[in-house]
Ligand binder design. Sequence first.
Ligand SMILES: [Zn+2]
Length: 426
Amino acid sequence: MSLSEQEQIICNQIDTLKDKSVTMLGDLVAFDSQIGREHDAQRYMARAFSQMDMEVDQFEIDHKLIRSLPGYSPALVDYSGRENVVGIYTAESSEQSGKSLILNGHIDVVPTGPLDKWRSPPFQARIQGDRLYGRGSGDMKAGIVAYTMAFDAIRRSGYKPAADIYLQSVIEEECTGNGALACLQRGYRADAAIIPEPFGQKMMNAQLGVMWFKLHVSGHPAHVLNTAAGINAIEAAYYIFENLKVLEAQWNLPENKHPQFDEQAHPVNFNLGQIYGGDWTSTVPTECEMDIRIGFFPDIGLGDIKSDIEATVTHAVEHHPQADKLDFEIRYQGFQAEGFSADLSEPLFEELANVHKSISSRQIELMASTATTDARFFHLYGDTPATCYGPIAENYHSFDEWVSISSMIEVTKVLAVFISRWCGLR
Ligand SMILES: [Zn+2]
């Protein structure tokens, strides 16, 4: 299906807005919006939404309201002063003829890692050819720019969507998802949701579950002269982690794979992300704590995953040569995120695939994500079919993160044309 005249006008408008899009992305990258520091970036988004004549709902996350909801993950940082921002467009009731839409993006970014590994400062956009470098450029500030400019281009072209549209800028996607959960709790629902995560313009059809936990191991202290008298908690913790890696290998066996992850060699990953332990080089360490992230397939409940983890750790400890001197505790904190697989017969997927083809002249590719995204909230708890579709980017969660500017512009066009077909235009 080729573009209608109306859609062509909107796409031309997006080309005209290219410099504005790149400027907005540079502005957003300049905010260091790591966990707990999202405020200034969110204020910028509130202004961007109000400049497009949207109603703005800027609200602090209320822990009391979300902590007993399904999908909640134990918080890492206090929520006071930490806000979500939603831009609301309401179609006049006499003109409501299309389907409503949520476009969601997360404003939070992950830490930079060692600054000396970056070729330029992470919170300063650097453009080289088609690439814009900076922390959060791809994951996922370019996606936020894309949905903002898509809506702006429709307005500037003189059209009005014929259904409600919500532009959500949320916090905490990278550690709990409680920002998206708070939007859900506040009542936001629509006939579909798209999250422009940087998945190379592929359409997400499934995502793994992700769980974070702390494994605390304690042993016995001793002087290094007689290390046999003590038990080294760091070594013991690492020994337990190696046993968990055996569980990871089992989950990745062909017979255990979820069908939508069939083609991926190693979809389930256990990551030992942080480790703390010891207080003196010549003392056998008594305490060790590990922060571990595990992935798991859709359709498996959190309770079953916890049972497997606890059984594996218990078994490992019991078979340790000094089992009697070893103690452990597991605490679940951060992501407690179930996976999901989507039903591709939902109109959302067909429509998005068609629009992608109209704009790019390429068939859309599907992708099953081995990481979690906020799409789970819409899909599992919000009765809102959801997917991710966003620009080409690389090195997110690493140094020298970049996003393709031309891909961001193409995604902007896809989102704008999607709005015009899904919501209808006047
Ligand atoms: Zn992301």
